[in-house]
Write a protein that binds this ligand. Structure first.
Ligand code: NAI
Length: 329
C-alpha cells in the first residue's frame, strides 16, 4: 500500500524502514498533517500520523476527497482525530494501543523523582562549580500517598513501581483493577477524595469529552497544599492556566508535564532561534518547581520498535481488508 507517513522524525525513521522491509510504499514526510499539507498524500491509499497531526473534520473531508481510505496512528491516543467523522466517511482507523506502557510509566516515575530530589537544578549547580546543597531538600517517597487517575496499562505500572517504593496507592478509574487492589493494596475512590488525600497525583486517563480539564481550579482547590501533579497523559486533561495559578499560590508544589494542551507545533521541534509566542509555557518555564519535557515519555528503543512493527502489521491488515485488532471502533 502507498502510505504518506506524516510528521516523521529522525528518531523513528530507522525503525519504520526496518520494520517495513519494503512491504509498503512508505512516503516518509517531515511535514505535519494539516489542511494545507493533505496534498502530500496524493496517490496514496492511506496516511500514517502521530499525536500532533491534525485529524479534524475539514482535514478528513479533504483526505476523503483525495481517496484516502485508511489512517494508521503511530500512537495509543487518538484524541487528535475526529473518529465519528472518519467513520461517517468510511475511513478505517488503526492505532498502536500497547507499544510499551513500561516506557511511559518509568518516565513518569523519573519525573517524580527528578522534581522531588531537584536533580536538574543540582546538576546545573555542579556545572557552575556550585556544590552547595541549600535549596535541594526533597522528601522520602516511602509512606507518601499517590493518587493514580486512570489505572489502565500505564497507570497500573506506575502504581506498581510506586508501591515498591512504599507509597500508598489511591486509584480513580471507571473500571476497578482487582489485581491492583490485591498486589498493591490500592484503594479505589472518587476523584474528590483522591485529590484531597494524595501527596502526588499522576494522570493516565485518555483525553476525551469527559476527561477534558479534569484537573481545573475546583479540583486544585481540593488538593493538599504543596501537592505534586504529574501529567504524562494528554495536555487537555488539565486546565493549564488553572495549574499556573495553583503554582503561583503554592497550592501546587511541583508540576511535571510531558504533554501540553498547546503542544501542537511547539513540541518535537527546535524553536531555539524563534521568539516564543506562547505565554503560558513561557510562564511555566520560569518556575523552578516545574519540569517540562516535550512529549518524550514514550521514547525508548523498545517503544519505537514496537510502534513501527505494529504500524506495518496494521497496514497489512487494512490492505488485505481483514479485521484488525487495533482498529479504533
Ligand atoms: P488504557 O486505555 O490502558 O487506560 C486508560 C484508563 O482510563 C482505563 O483503565 C479506563 O477505564 C480509564 N478511563 C477512561 N475514561 C475514564 C473516565 N472518564 N473516568 C475514569 N477513568 C477513565 O490507556 P493507557 O495505555 O494506559 O494510556 C493512557 C493515556 O496515556 C493514553 O490515552 C494517552 O493519552 C497517554 N499516553 C501518553 C504518552 C506519552 O508519551 N506521554 C504515550 C502513550 C500514551
Amino acid at each position: 500500500m502507498k502510505v504518506a507517513v506524516f510528521n516523521t522524525h529522525k528518531f523513528e525513521k530507522e525503525y519504520l524502514i526496518k520494520a517495513n522491509a519494503n512491504k509498503h510504499d512508505l512516503k516518509l514526510l517531515d511535514s505535519y498533517l494539516t489542511l494545507d499539507t493533505t496534498v502530500l498524500a496524493e496517490d496514496c491509499e492511506g496516511i500514517c500520523i502521530f499525536t500532533q497531526d491534525n485529524g479534524s473534520a475539514p482535514v478528513l473531508d479533504k483526505l476523503h476527497e483525495m481517496g484516502i481510505k485508511y489512517i494508521a496512528l503511530r500512537s495509543a491516543g487518538y484524541n487528535n482525530v475526529d473518529i465519528a467523522h472518519a467513520k461517517s466517511l468510511g475511513i478505517r482507523i488503526v492505532r498502536v494501543p500497547d507499544y510499551s506502557p513500561n516506557a511511559i510509566a518509568e518516565f513518569t516515575v523519573a519525573i517524580i523523582l527528578a522534581l522531588n530530589r531537584k536533580l536538574i537544578r543540582s546538576h546545573y549547580r555542579i556545572m557552575e562549580m556550585n556544590f552547595s546543597l541549600d535549596g535541594l531538600v526533597g522528601f522520602d517517597m516511602h509512606g507518601k500517598t499517590v493518587g493514580i487517575i486512570g489505572t489502565g496499562k500505564i497507570g497500573r505500572i506506575v502504581a506498581k513501581i510506586l508501591h515498591g517504593f512504599g507509597c500508598h496507592i489511591l486509584a480513580y478509574d471507571a473500571m476497578k483493577d482487582q489485581n491492583l487492589v490485591k498486589e498493591c493494596k490500592a484503594t479505589y475512590t472518587d476523584l474528590d477524595t483522591l485529590c484531597s488525600q494524595s501527596d502526588i497525583i499522576s494522570l493516565h486517563v485518555p483525553l476525551m469529552e469527559q476527561t477534558h480539564y479534569l484537573i481545573n481550579e475546583a479540583q486544585i482547590a481540593k488538593m493538599k497544599k504543596g501537592v505534586m501533579l504529574i501529567n504524562t497523559g494528554r495536555g487537555g486533561l488539565v486546565n493549564t492556566q488553572d495549574v499556573i495559578n495553583g503554582l503561583k499560590s503554592q497550592q501546587i508544589g511541583y508540576y511535571g508535564m510531558d504533554v501540553y494542551e498547546e503542544e501542537e507545533g511547539l513540541f518535537f521541534e527546535d524553536h531555539s532561534e524563534d521568539i516564543l509566542q506562547d505565554d503560558m509555557i513561557a510562564r511555566l518555564m520560569t518556575l523552578r518547581n516545574v519540569m517540562i519535557t516535550s512529549h518524550q515519555a514514550f521514547l525508548t528503543n523498545t517503544a519505537l520498535g514496537n510502534i513501527a512493527q505494529t504500524t506495518v502489521e496494521n497496514l497489512e491488515c487494512l490492505e488485505q481488508g481483514l479485521p484488525c485488532k487495533n482498529e479504533v471502533l
